[in-house]
Design a protein around this ligand. Structure first.
Ligand code: FMN
Length: 191
């Protein structure tokens, strides 16, 4: 896409995910992250339910949760070797900050649950956009442990809460080349 004089459009046209291994410190400061999370929470939200919340995983907490991820993996794969367990242990330790976006969608008399789930996706994407506009790069991932109740419980999620994604945030050491994008012909119909 051609460059414009509009920094928002330029960022949207160029942004791409950067794998956690390429996301370095320094991560956002407390003030920077608060600003990013404030923008992440400014999303369409039918019924003003705030059907999402954020769990910030940084510093020592990344390794603490990594140990729980590796324990869960070992319990399910007793044959797993040390290399694989080390990989699992490091899952959240590459980027300096990982924000878990949690969906709190629940049955409601007026607001369809589907719309609450969509709002959590919007919050995750606003977080991605705000972090990238602030000079960071991101990766929005779930992986197997994003669906593992042992891991989610260790993060403080209630049984009815679900993970929309782990957004890894850091300074990119390199930005991968772009991937193919769908052409408008494939995804747009006009009535
Ligand atoms: C909800 C959600 C979960 C995702 N989980 C994973 C994942 O576990 N592993 C993965 O490789 N990509 C995952 N992705 C895809 C990446 O976030 C990203 O879209 C892709 O790697 C590159 O696209 P981009 O450069 O346009 O961001 C997920 C995307 C979404 C929306």
């Amino acid at each position: 896409m051609s460059a414009t004089m509009n920094p928002t459009l330029d960022m949207l046209a160029r942004r791409r995910s950067v794998p956690p291994m390429l996301l370095n410190a320094p991560g956002p400061t407390r003030e920077e992250l608060d600003a990013i999370l404030t923008l992440a929470s400014r999303v369409p939200d039918h019924g003003k339910l705030a059907p999402w919340r954020f769990v910030v995983i940084e510093g020592e907490a990344r390794a603490r949760l990594g140990a729980i991820i590796a324990d869960a993996y070992r319990a399910d794969h007793p044959e797993a070797g040390e290399d694989r367990l080390a990989l699992e242990r490091q899952r959240l330790s590459h980027a300096p900050v990982v924000v878990a976006v949690v969906s709190r969608a629940a049955p409601h008399a007026k607001i369809p649950e589907w719309e609450q789930v969509l709002s959590a996706g919007a919050a995750a994407m606003n977080l991605v956009v705000a972090a990238n506009a602030s000079g960071f790069a991101t990766s929005w991932l779930t992986e197997w442990f994003g669906y593992d109740r042992r891991v989610l419980e260790a993060m403080g999620l209630a049984p009815e809460e679900r993970l929309a994604g782990f957004v890894h945030v850091g300074r990119p050491s390199e930005v991968p080349s772009d991937r193919p994008r769908p052409s408008l012909d494939e995804i747009v119909t006009r009535l």
